[in-house]
Design a protein around this ligand. Structure first.
Ligand code: RIB
Length: 320
């Protein structure tokens, strides 16, 4: 039986301004385009899964407003089950104010709205559905208490957990790490968690090992154009990124996590799943926007046919 992949997390309407460069503090600059784009790390990961053809279920909250309805419609259009998404009449839908420059770099400010109200009732709605072998993907745009409760429920029901600790924070409870099968910070997030700057492969590996020592089973530190550093009990390796023309990196991490979960659910080995996730993320940075940039399986195969995917490079472990 195919595992179902659940995303328990945020849904945001992205308010995206395209600008020639990112503004300095206190500076006003002129942009050349504005768009409303469906986003939110939770919803993006659910869409990434569904576009790749795997069963995807979203659990979370929108507000009782038009943005919420649009976000639910976007999920449904991608093939995500939205029965677990509640419209909260007392809160606005979450939004993200995003500035993207010509090089594809971005600044993002999230105002959580209804995402910030996710609580035990939502955890229960999720937990009732989880079956042994299912995968649960989470991020940190909903309250930490809900993330911890959902990870606990997943462990109790025999589901595996992928946690993307984004946005970055320093205060993840120690009790969360042992509940996480795959922890996937980017370099900023990894640095915040371990308390030292992650600037290159060697500091990323040290961070990954440190996070494993706290109890996460597999840690993947995403380094953007430098690829990803992976540490598990059995192996450590560096998967270089694919060289593709970068248009917009928004949701690249979500694409990676969605691709990773699908690869793992389909029985790929860890290095194979990381390679697949790398290709999914590579496609996403060649397109604008969050959910519109997430590829179908055939788009990933086309990307693989036209750009080379470097092989993984084994790394010597620096710790247990
Ligand atoms: O990871 C990208 C997402 O971060 C955007 O879609 C935005 O909504 C923020 O949640």
């Amino acid at each position: 039986m195919t595992a179902t992949l659940y995303s328990f997390g945020s849904l945001n309407m992205d308010l995206v301004c395209q600008t020639p460069r990112l503004p300095q503090p206190g500076e006003t600059i002129l942009g050349h385009q504005f768009q409303l784009v469906p986003g939110g790390k939770g919803a993006n990961q659910a869409v990434a899964i569904a576009r790749l053809g795997a069963p995807a279920v979203m659990v979370g909250r929108v507000g009782g407003d038009g943005f919420g309805q649009s976000l639910i419609a976007s999920l449904q259009q991608a093939g995500v089950s939205t029965a677990g998404v509640m419209a909260d009449p007392h809160s606005p839908t979450g939004i993200a104010s995003i500035v993207v420059d010509r090089a594809g770099s971005n600044h993002i400010v999230v105002v959580p709205g209804a995402n910030g109200q996710v609580d035990e009732a939502d955890v229960q709605r999720l937990a009732r559905q989880l079956q042994p072998g299912d995968g649960l993907l989470m991020q940190l745009e909903i309250p930490l208490a809900a993330v911890l409760a959902a990870a606990t429920a997943a462990r109790g029901r025999g589901a595996w957990v992928v946690l993307d600790p984004a946005p970055a924070r320093t205060d993840l409870p120690d009790s969360l790490y042992p509940l996480v099968d795959y922890l996937t910070p980017n370099q900023v997030e990894a640095g915040q968690l371990v308390g030292f700057a992650v600037t290159d492969q060697s500091t990323a590996l040290a961070a990954a090992q440190g996070l494993r020592q706290r109890g996460a089973k597999v840690v993947m530190v995403k380094l953007g154009a430098q690829g990803v550093i992976v540490a598990s009990e059995a192996e450590c390796f560096h998967q270089p990124a694919m060289a593709v023309p970068v248009v917009d990196t928004v949701a690249a991490g979500d694409a990676f996590n969605g691709g990773l979960a699908v690869g793992l659910a389909e029985g790929l080995s860890l290095p194979e799943a990381v390679q697949w996730a790398t290709a999914v993320a590579a496609y996403s940075v060649t397109q604008c926007g969050a959910q519109p940039s997430l590829p179908t399986r055939s788009q990933v195969h086309s990307c693989l046919a036209t750009h080379s995917l470097p092989p993984a490079i084994p790394l010597a472990s620096t710790g247990s």
